[in-house]
Design a protein around this ligand. Structure first.
Ligand code: ADP
Length: 165
């Protein structure tokens, strides 16, 4: 069975992520979308909330499973008996960080391959960070995030801007 891991912070999942998830799910028998804790990013939504939103957003894709993990991505990949990681690429700025990350993973475990899927033009400007900012200031995010994320994001972003928490 061909299994791949699609890791990320997904804070929260956007339609850009979903596009990558849908397209890569067609290339594998099973795709595990794994929410990771990124120590360089202060999370906006809890791990549980991010997993819940991802589950709702991907429930129509039968071969996608959502999971979460705190620890080394290499370990998680091996725990699932695979060696394939899928990541999305938007711009040159993504490319530099992604190449570094992929090579670092390879230096620990040379058999792990990272595959990159190019963003769809219509989502190339969509990032979780941008979406959070836009929602916080009352901007329209319809069509940029799954419907299940939209309402929660608007409410949380307003609270965040008002209280700083
Ligand atoms: P991380 O915090 O691990 O960088 P993110 O949740 O921000 O994770 O993103 C997960 C993956 O999805 C990354 O490979 C990122 O480049 C990719 N990605 C994010 N937004 C888009 C988009 N609009 N189009 C394509 N890929 C994207």
């Amino acid at each position: 069975m061909r299994l791949a891991i699609c890791p990320g912070s997904f804070d929260p999942v956007t339609n850009g992520h979903l596009d990558i998830i849908k397209r890569s799910s067609k290339m594998f028998d099973e795709l595990i979308v794994a929410v990771f804790h990124n120590p360089n990013k202060k999370p906006f939504f809890t791990m549980e909330e991010r997993v819940e939103m991802l589950r709702m957003a991907t429930e129509g894709i039968p071969n996608v499973r959502v999971d979460s993990f705190t620890g080394l991505l290499n370990e998680y990949v091996r725990l699932n008996n695979t060696h394939v990681i899928v990541r999305g690429l938007r711009a040159f700025s993504d490319f530099e960080a992604e190449v570094q990350r992929a090579l670092l993973i390879k230096s620990v475990d040379p058999e792990i391959e990272t595959i990159f899927i190019m963003t769809s033009g219509k989502y190339s400007f969509v990032s979780s960070t941008g979406i959070k900012e836009l929602a916080g200031f009352g901007g329209k995010i319809t069509g940029l995030v799954p419907a299940c994320v939209e309402e929660r994001l608007i409410k949380r972003s307003r609270d965040f801007i008002a209280t700083g928490k």
